[in-house]
Design a binder for this molecule. Sequence first.
Ligand code: F6R
Length: 317
Amino acid sequence: MKAQEWIERLPEQFVVYETTPISPSAYKGIAFIGMGGSGIVGDVIKLFLEKDGVAVPVLSLRGYELPPYVREDWLLVAISYSGNTEETLSVVDEGIKRGLKIVCVSSGGKLKEIAQREGLDFVAVPSNYAPRYAFGFMLSAVMSLFGKKDTIERIRKHLEENKGEIKETAYRIAQVIQNYIPIVYSTPLTEPIAFRWKTQINENSKTLCYIATLPELHHNEVAGLDNPITRNLCHFIILWDPEDHPRVKKRVQITEGLLKELGLVPIVLQGKGATLEERFLYLAYLGDWVSLYLAEFYGYDPLPVRVIDRIKKTLNE
Ligand code: F6R
């Protein structure tokens, strides 16, 4: 299947997995580990759990190490589409040593072998995708673990209903930001979406893209707007959510005003939908399409990520 078809059929990936539900309060804390297209799943579920009022700390980890305070009474959820990502495997290894409860989500690879050998819970997602195009499968698997089954169904329906509009909007955005470096500003409720936009633009469109989040960006990033030589190379996008903190919403308006004063017309977007999860996936799906259209405009095949593959190969030598 081609990248375009995978993205076209993303809504179908929102399916409920029959898994034993996890009760977050049974643990002292929950840590998600994953990298790249798999790592983002941890960021998203952390945000959803926190919005639901989860009572224990939730971490979304990237890298080789498990923080020292993550002990045997924590839950570790390891997500790696290929099952072969060394950072994720390193954290799982440490988790096993510390006696954590571990759940693995993967299409196979070493992670599956380790889960079988060590008797860890394992949730299989369909194989033969590139990891970033299996985002819906991995997110659904993890959401199923946390009992968010109705939400999964609602997301699928919502994305299917709005796909036409999303594609049209994405096409227009891609036309506008073409030939500029996209800078995606977010809020606490849209931060993982901005990250997904960045990584999809990096990997699919083979293009640099940078992100910053409110309110933090009001304490540094904005000073960088003074220089017209660099700011004029960029096109700005602001992603926000109606449920963001009122002061954050005020800061969105201020940021939009600041950019306009400088003659930079930002694209300000909020997701469509009745719930945070629907709006969230609406904006994330919009970013997927923007990255695909940008790839088309620049003449790149969205699928191969030669540099990433080369680095992985070099590390294995
Ligand atoms: C490739 C991609 C990458 C991978 C990352 C980790 O499509 O998106 O960001 O997701 O290199 O690999 P996995 O997901 O197999 O653990």
